[in-house]
Design a protein around this ligand. Structure first.
Ligand code: NAD
Length: 279
C-alpha cells in the first residue's frame, strides 16, 4: 500500500506556522498586506479569489480586494498596479488570471514589481529561480517540494520526471527539483516513449491537464507519484491527471485528488506574502 501524501494536513501545518509568524510581526508593528485584483467576474476566478481572501483572514494577512469590471482597460489596470507597486503598505500584488482578452497578460505580469510578485510569474522571478538567486517561486511547484520534504521523500540524486512544461507548473517544477539535486527530465506533448521515460522515475510529477491519463503502466514499482491535475469527471467528481485506482497499488507514495497538491498552492501563496513582508 502506498503512503498517502496528505496535502490537506501539510498545507494546514504551513498555514499554522505562518499564522504564528504573522502574529509576531504584528506585535512588532508590521501588518502584511496582499492586494488581489480581479478583472470581470468569471465564476472560477471568483472562487479562487474568495479562497485566497479566506486564507489571508485565517493567517492574519490584510487583503485588499480590487474587483474591477470586465471593461477595465489595460491602461487602467496598469495604473492600479503602478499605484500598488509604490504603496509601501502593500507587500504582495496578485492579478487573478486569466484576464479578459483585450488585456495583454504578459504586460500585466511584467508590470508587477518583482519584490511584490507573490505569484512568481515575473520574468525576473523566473530568471532568479533558474540561476539560484533569491526570488518568488510559482506556488504550485513550490507546494510540491514542500509535500516531498515534509513527507521525508529524498529528492537528492533521484530520477525525477515531470510531465508538462507550462510556465507556471512544469518548467519551475523542473528547476526546483534540480535545485534539490534531483536528476531531472521534463516531458511534454512531443516526448517520444513517454511510458519508458516515466518508468525510470523515482519521483514522477504529473501536470498534463488530461484526466486520469497516467495509469500503472507508466509507474515504476515504489515510485513517488505527485498529481498536479484537477478535473471534474463525467460524474462531476474531482479527479487528477493520474488514474489513482490503477497507480496507488504500484506507487510507494502518492498524492490524492482532492487533498494533495491543490491545497498547497494557496499555502505557498501565503508563504510568499509573508516573505514579501519580511523583505
Ligand atoms: P498546461 O495545459 O499549460 O500544460 C500541459 C502540459 O502538458 C504541456 O506542457 C504539454 O506539453 C503537456 N502535455 C499535454 N499532453 C501531453 C501528452 N499527451 N503527453 C505528454 N505531455 C503532454 O497545464 P498546466 O497549467 O501546467 O496545468 C496542468 C494541470 O495541473 C491541469 O490539470 C491544471 O488544472 C492543474 N493545475 C493545478 C494546480 C493546483 O493548484 N493544483 C495549479 C495549476 C494547474
Amino acid at each position: 500500500m502506498a503512503q498517502i501524501i496528505d496535502g490537506k494536513l501539510i498545507s494546514q501545518q504551513i498555514k499554522d506556522e505562518l499564522k504564528e509568524k504573522v502574529a509576531e510581526l504584528k506585535e512588532e508593528g508590521k501588518e502584511i498586506c496582499l492586494a488581489v485584483i480581479q478583472v470581470g467576474n468569471d465564476p472560477a476566478s471568483t472562487v479562487y479569489v474568495g479562497n485566497k481572501k479566506k486564507a489571508c483572514e485565517y493567517i492574519g494577512i490584510k487583503s485588499l480586494a480590487y474587483e474591477v469590471p470586465e471593461e477595465t482597460t489595460e491602461a487602467e489596470l496598469l495604473d492600479i498596479i503602478d499605484k500598488l507597486n509604490k504603496d509601501d503598505n502593500v507587500h504582495g500584488i496578485l492579478v487573478q488570471l486569466p484576464v479578459p482578452k483585450h488585456i495583454n497578460e504578459e504586460k500585466i505580469i511584467n508590470a508587477i514589481s518583482p519584490s511584490k510578485d507573490v505569484d512568481g510569474f515575473h520574468p525576473a522571478s523566473v530568471g532568479a529561480l533558474s540561476i539560484g538567486q533569491k526570488g518568488f517561486v510559482s506556488c504550485t511547484p513550490a507546494g510540491v517540494i514542500q509535500l516531498l520534504k515534509r513527507s521525508n521523500i529524498e529528492i537528492s540524486g533521484k530520477e525525477c520526471v515531470v510531465i508538462g512544461r507550462s510556465n507556471i507548473v512544469g518548467k519551475p517544477m523542473g528547476m526546483l527539483l534540480l535545485r534539490e539535486n534531483g536528476t531531472v527530465t521534463i516531458c511534454h506533448s512531443r516526448t517520444k516513449d513517454l511510458k519508458e521515460v516515466c518508468k525510470r522515475a523515482d519521483i514522477l510529477v504529473v501536470a498534463i491537464g488530461k484526466p486520469r491519463m497516467i495509469d500503472a503502466s507508466y509507474v515504476k514499482e515504489g515510485a513517488t507519484v505527485i498529481d498536479v491535475g484537477i478535473h471534474r469527471d463525467e460524474n462531476n467528481k474531482l479527479c487528477g491527471d493520474v488514474d489513482y485506482a490503477s497507480v496507488e497499488p504500484v506507487a510507494g507514495a502518492i498524492t490524492p485528488v482532492p487533498g494533495g497538491v491543490g491545497p498547497m498552492t494557496i499555502a505557498m501563496l501565503m508563504n510568499n506574502c509573508v516573505e514579501a513582508g519580511l523583505n
